[in-house]
Design a protein around this ligand. Sequence first.
Ligand code: SF4
Length: 163
Amino acid sequence: MKVNGTLINYYFHCKRQCWLHGNRVNLEDNSEDVKIGKAIHELKQQQSKETEISIENIKIDKISSEYLTEIKKSDADVNASTWQLLLYLKILKDKGINRKGRLEFVEKNKTKNIVYVELDDSKAIELEKVIKEVEVLLGQTEVPAAAKMPKCKKCAYYEYCFI
Ligand code: SF4
């Protein structure tokens, strides 16, 4: 599987989750959280039909002359979301489209949290390294061991890992 934004996100969130998803062990359709995420995405799609674009295997929530905006339902793992957005910025940059990144976290009953992201030279080098690391991880024959963390409770693989 080609390294995409979801895999990069999972790589930072949990190596086991990344491996499972990348090796097509997909249990995520049953997850309430994934359903909420998809619903937010669909809603935003309807609201911004004129600005949403798809490039390669990514769907961009919003793009303006300055920013590529990615909308998330939770700010529980800002680092994972940041690296996912950096990959999107790289894919755009490779096509000659230079933008800064903007993450919008729209959590219920919370003020919208916005994080700005930039793909500078050092981040671009780090990102290349991360992409290679994800490829190596996915190529491993053994799935990384499950280690219980607070975030596991919201993970679609929880039952698979612990029950
Ligand atoms: S339940 Fe926890 S250990 Fe298992 S894949 Fe999800 S985050 Fe990783």
